[in-house]
Design a protein around this ligand. Structure first.
Ligand code: PMP
Length: 349
């Protein structure tokens, strides 16, 4: 065999949810927002001639707008190509010791992939029987801590005193809180930044702001953390954020009313849909996100997943220990959720 084959970096990649090509399906498998982004994006008249120019490598206009929006300084904000890019840069920047990075066994499945790719040692910490994080597991010596709040795919939100406890026990590690779904839950860990210089909060425009297609994510932390992340980013690819994303991302931050109304609609739908699921014999932990992680008392998840797909409704199934009898169902419009309820009702008869 040719020698160069020995030098290829072999990795087991992250598997994203299916993006089917057909248009006549109900897509509840990748936690996208069923509503469009704020209509203010239509007011933007991008000068196409400007596309010949490189974008601002510092993503200045979006960084400034996010800083103003969150009431922090611009040097506390890092912007990247979706929170996946922001998290990858954070792993590369902060998880740089021989000690294991800690994250839950049931969590965002990209974390072990980045750890493998960047050769970062890691140790998964088991969630308890009701899928809660066990805070004492994060008291030991480590090379960093990362978890989503609310967690994915469970949807469970941990209150701020839980996060604060983890921060207090980890003064020597960077603690990354991945808040991809926080807008559907409760208080953000941003309020803890003032007292914890080791905290990095990561956010995205993909879920609550209905902009998964633009790829905008950001992190907020103390200026020293942000500077270190930017140094790594500029050592890798300076122009990560394209011009349209910078302009449209900045624009939607002006429309708070629309943003709040979409979140309210999704939470309302989540509540009635959850009640219907219970009536149909499903159980699930209380969700603080735009999805519900449910199991049925008699019918296997895999079977329901296949049958729903056959029926044109895509939900998410994870063939993984501990969660292989669960379905992760994104909250769509009322009409879409009604169609799924009707399908379950018929199927479970
Ligand atoms: N974190 C979590 C917990 C997620 O579920 C996702 C969505 N796959 C992301 C981060 C990444 O989202 P994006 O790159 O679209 O911002």
């Amino acid at each position: 065999m040719a020698g160069w084959k020995d030098y290829i970096r072999r990795v087991e990649p992250y598997t994203p949810g299916e993006q089917p090509k057909q248009s006549n399906i109900i897509k509840l498998n990748t936690n996208e927002n069923p509503y469009g982004p704020s209509p203010v994006v239509c007011q933007v008249r991008e000068n196409m001639d400007d596309l010949r120019l490189y974008p601002d490598p510092s993503a200045g206009m979006l960084v400034e707008s996010l800083a103003r929006y969150h009431g922090v300084d611009a040097d506390q904000v890092f912007v990247g190509v979706g929170s996946d890019d922001v998290l990858a840069m954070a792993f590369l920047t902060f998880f740089n010791s021989d000690k294991a990075v800690l994250f839950p066994d049931i969590s965002y499945s990209f974390y072990p992939v980045w750890a493998e790719l960047f050769r970062i040692p890691y140790e998964k910490q088991p969630l308890d029987a009701s899928f809660r994080l066990v805070k004492e597991d994060y008291y030991k010596e480590n090379g960093g801590v990362v978890f989503p709040n609310p967690n994915a795919p469970t949807g469970i939100y941990e209150p701020l005193d839980f996060i604060e406890d983890i921060l207090q026990h980890n003064p020597d590690s960077v603690v990354i809180i991945d808040e991809a779904y926080i807008d559907f839950a409760g208080e953000s860990a941003l309020s803890l930044l003032a007292d914890h210089d080791n905290l990095l909060v990561v956010r995205t425009f993909s879920k609550s702001r209905s902009m998964a297609g633009l790829r905008i994510g950001y992190a907020i932390g103390n200026p020293e953390l942000i500077l270190a992340m930017n140094d790594v980013k500029y050592s890798y690819n300076s122009y990560t954020m394209n011009r349209p994303s910078l302009i449209l991302g900045t624009k939607v931050l002006e429309d708070e009313a629309y943003f709040q109304s979409v979140i309210r609609k999704i939470i309302t739908t989540r509540e009635w849909f959850g009640n219907r699921l219970k009536e149909l014999g499903f159980t699930f932990p209380e969700s603080g996100s735009n999805f519900i992680f449910a199991t049925h008392k008699t019918v296997p998840a895999r079977e329901l997943f296949d049958a729903a797909k056959e029926h044109g409704i895509y939900i998410r199934y994870f063939d993984q220990p501990r969660i292989d009898n669960y379905l992760r169902i994104t909250i769509g419009t009322d009409e879409e959720m009604q169609r799924l309820v009707d399908f379950f009702e018929e199927y479970l008869k």
